[in-house]
Design a protein around this ligand. Sequence first.
Ligand SMILES: Cc1ncc(CN)c(N)n1
Length: 226
Amino acid sequence: MTNVFTDRLWSKVEPIWTAYLEHPFVKGLGDGTLDKEKFKHWLKQDYVYLIEYSRLFALGSAKAEDLETMTTFAGLLHGTLHMEMDLHRQYAAKFNITPEDLEKTYPAATTTAYTSYMLNVSQRGGIENVVASVLACAWSYNYIGKELAKIPGALEHEFYGDWVTTYSSEEFTALANDCIQLMNKMADDMPERDLAVLEDIVVKTSLYEYMFWDMAENKEEWPIKL
Ligand SMILES: Cc1ncc(CN)c(N)n1
């Protein structure tokens, strides 16, 4: 089989993605020992992250040059707003947090930096920048979900089992695969100079993903509280 662009991306980001699995927050999700307050911090920050992330799918749909791509982005938008964010709303209910309060979460420094970066490169560039921006997000959570699902008891854990089940599910895998396929479709016949730009976006967003885990682990907001 011939190599596709995402194979090249994978070999570039593999060390970062392997580090996710060693991260204390991710390890705690997998073995069920994660502190609930840390998870609550992730949950709230991730909800407002996903709102901005959804904007990227809407932008991708607007920038699409064919109906098939437009439809794929619309499906990704729907899957995020409903399937993925439903998981967050269900967890929030366990903490007695309403969807309205979740939505009012003040974005932390890392959340702001990560979403601003994605929106900036996506607005400045063409649709291929949008796809490169969203790729690490969908693909890495699916990767983590599938790896954690291999840990005995992780899928059945009374609290974190739903997290592992959702991100390793066929439904979420299909969303991640849609992003992977879109990336390969965009990269086809692209000159090396442009591919290098896309690779840099995927590396940076992969690093932001790591910072997001750190932010949740340390319950970070901003350096000075007002
Ligand atoms: C920060 C982050 N990255 C990725 C995902 C998976 N959509 C997420 N929910 N949050």
